[in-house]
Design a protein around this ligand. Structure first.
Ligand code: GAL
Length: 680
């Protein structure tokens, strides 16, 4: 089966969303010529065409799509074919109102926008499957087809009566009895005790959803989120099964969105033949934030290569400030993606929309319709480079990380639903805090789910692993017993899978392993920090390190080492960072606060001390990552994410595949420059 690697083309797929239905057919030939000049070799077709493909209940019309497919196939393009089920046709919304979502305030939506279907609607499910099936039947034999793209950027929720009924059925299956639901949700709170499933409703803003996204009964909110996400996944599975009836070979995917909150992407790992995702950094997104999201998406695909399904070649239109990518920056971000595991570089979009809310979105071919723009030139240069170099990259895998960073959607949701302890607490930012420090050191990192696997990592960082049912705790205990180093933070191990607090001394499931008791937790308003003293108490506060957001007041057990103490507040002198050794070099570090940059650096020093993990000392903003080919040859990617030239010194000798020049321990990187060095 041709799936994750290379799509059978032997080179990186280079191209993107192509929507020729939005402009006259005479232009298509010009498009093909320009795309050929840019060395574009793939197009994603048919993402939003349902209304024309199916103009009425039993009427299908593929004539225009046939012509598009023929045009691009004749031009030698590979095709990623979308199923077009991400935006409803207007007639369907009118005739079958059950396809329209009901919002969190109970309002039934009319037709409009996109990503607008109720996932519980039998009409939507029937018609989306029928369309996917017809498309597969018609186009599965097209030789240039390389992958299927189901729907588009699944997202959002519906709160209609059908969803309420489906939610009750889901609860019946999960819990069996309404008493078990009451127990899980602790529904005695504020007189919620249910006497039948019919009394249960989706927790929307007419019910138990509180202002600011908090929940009255977080157990119920979490279950609704799980229920809805699993229904979305079921819908994906149904479309995929329909495709599989005619095409057993091509990869089937749907495009994800990095740290997007709505659904637990790890639940999709088994169902996606290849992970694909859309990377849209804003003007102030840091390279580490982008890198984290690539690594997360690679993790969803179990560390296999992924597709960079969309990025803009120049600017977005939907951010508050849609800055242009600087000269060279699109190339740099493309190589950054490849360096972290992408086997495709795809754009949204290949030609600019003339009208509609994306008319100001960047595209490879602008409204001038020529190949004369800076954007086009840069796309064409990258196209030539990828055509030359990518056969050497395809088939390689990103090297195994030395450190794993845990990303856990359920903990993130549950922290979000919780009223308290602090509105300043943001799960993703806490993951980013630690990831950024590892990224700064160029330590190879893999993101992993809370279920692991953790083997092969010298250290595991698990920020705010708030929801810790016994099974998850057991995996971490085993990792530490086997000699692993585990870093924990405030908001760890506080609740079970229903957001019920564990009873006992926190962090209850890891209490003994961590060798600390978190007795109480102080929340700091954004304007306040607490100084931290690392090492010798005599130098208290000298490092300039501070705790932010939350400060746990902890008691360390005998045998637990205190590596830093608070140097302020009534808890001055009490432990701020501890280490509980567990033999064979392993143990648990407990960071009692969320340290600022200095504190994070010192904490990571302590985490890696004695593990043998060292990063690479490169100029700030230069990122190093490695892919390893099947024959064992290493490809070292040096990516300069800054607009300044950077001199790099590194124990590495080989050939830079991009320039052909030798790299012998040192080299210069241009602003946003990249080197791909083959060698050791
Ligand atoms: C993506 C979406 C595309 C396009 C793009 C614009 O989220 O999948 O269809 O809207 O954003 O940046």
């Amino acid at each position: 089966m041709t799936t994750a690697n290379g799509f059978g083309t032997g080179r990186i797929l280079y191209g993107g969303d192509y929507n020729p239905e939005q402009w006259p057919e005479e232009v298509w030939a010009e498009d093909m010529e320009l795309l050929r000049q840019a060395e574009i070799n793939t197009v994603t077709l048919n993402v939003f065409s349902w209304a024309t493909l199916q103009p009425a209940d039993d009427v299908y019309d593929f004539a225009r799509l046939d012509r598009i497919v023929q045009t691009v196939a004749d031009a030698g393009m590979s095709i990623v074919l979308a199923t077009s089920t991400a935006a409803l046709p207007p007639w369907m919304s009118l005739k079958h109102p059950d396809v329209n979502r009901v919002d969190a305030q109970g309002r039934r939506m009319r037709h409009g926008a996109r990503h607008n279907a109720c996932i519980s609607s039998p009409t939507y499910r029937r018609y989306s499957v029928a369309l996917a099936e017809r498309l597969a039947e018609r186009y599965a034999e097209v030789p240039s087809l390389v992958a299927w793209h189901v729907s588009n950027e699944y997202g959002g929720f519906c709160w209609c009566d059908l969803c309420a009924q489906a939610f009750r059925d889901w609860l019946r299956t999960r819990y069996g009895t309404v008493e078990a639901v009451n127990d899980a949700w602790n529904s005695a709170f504020w007189s919620h005790t249910y006497h039948s499933f019919e009394e249960i409703f989706p927790p929307n803003e007419l019910g138990d959803a509180m202002a600011g996204g908090k929940a009255v009964l977080p157990g119920s909110a979490l279950d609704y989120q799980r229920f809805y996400g699993s229904s979305v996944l079921d819908s994906f599975r149904e479309e995929k099964a329909a495709i599989r009836r005619f095409d057993t070979a091509r990869a089937v995917t749907t495009n994800m969105m990095g740290t997007f909150p709505d659904y637990d992407y790890f639940a999709w790992s088994d169902d996606l033949d290849v992970v694909s995702w859309d990377s849209y950094p804003a003007h102030d997104t840091t390279p580490a934030q982008i890198a984290l999201r690539h690594d997360l998406m690679r993790a969803v695909g179990r560390q296999r290569p992924f597709m960079l399904m969309e990025q803009t070649p120049s600017r977005q239109n939907w951010q508050p400030y849609n800055s242009l990518k600087r000269p060279g920056q699109m190339r740099q971000q493309s190589w950054q993606a490849v360096a972290r595991g992408a086997d495709t570089v795809q754009f949204f979009q290949l030609r600019q929309s003339r009208a509609g809310c994306e008319k100001f979105h960047g595209a490879v071919i602008g409204t001038d319709g020529t190949g004369s723009t800076r954007t086009f030139r840069e796309v064409a240069e990258l196209g030539a480079e990828l055509a030359r170099v990518s056969p050497q990259v395809v088939g390689s895998r990103v090297e195994h990380g030395s450190v794993a960073v845990v990303f856990d959607w359920p903990s993130r949701w549950a922290i979000g639903y919780s009223a308290g302890p602090s509105r300043s607490l943001e799960y993703v930012r806490e993951v980013e805090r630690w990831y950024a420090e590892l990224h700064r050191r160029n330590v190879p990192v893999d993101v992993v789910p809370a279920t692991g696997p953790f083997d092969g990592y010298a250290a595991v960082v698990a920020p705010c692993l708030y929801m810790l049912p016994e099974g998850l705790a057991e995996g971490l205990r085993r990792y530490v017993a086997d000699g692993g180093r585990l870093l924990l933070t405030p908001m760890t191990g506080l609740v079970d899978e229903h957001d019920r607090l564990h009873l006992g001394q926190a962090p209850v499931p890891l209490r003994d392993l961590a060798g600390v008791w978190v007795e109480e937790t102080d929340a700091l308003p954004p304007s306040r920090t607490v100084p931290l003293a690392f090492g010798d108490a005599a130098s208290a506060g000298d490092d300039g390190a501070h705790g932010t957001v939350l400060c746990d007041v902890v008691r360390a057990d005998d045998g637990t080492q205190v590596l830093a103490r608070y140097a302020g507040e009534y808890y001055a002198g009490s432990p701020a960072l501890t280490f509980r050794p567990s033999g064979s070099g392993g143990g648990v570090l407990y960071s009692a606060s969320f340290p600022d940059e200095v504190g994070t650096r010192l904490t990571v020093d302590a985490l890696l001390d004695g593990t043998g993990v060292v990063g690479h000392d490169l100029p700030a903003g230069v990122e190093l990552s490695r892919r390893v080919r099947e024959d064992g040859t290493a490809l070292t990617f040096l990516v300069n994410t800054t607009g300044q030239s950077q001199a790099v010194r590194l124990e590495l000798s080989g050939q830079d595949l991009l320039t052909g020049a030798a790299f012998e321990g040192a080299g210069m990187l241009e602003p946003y420059g990249v080197a791909v060095v083959m060698g050791r």
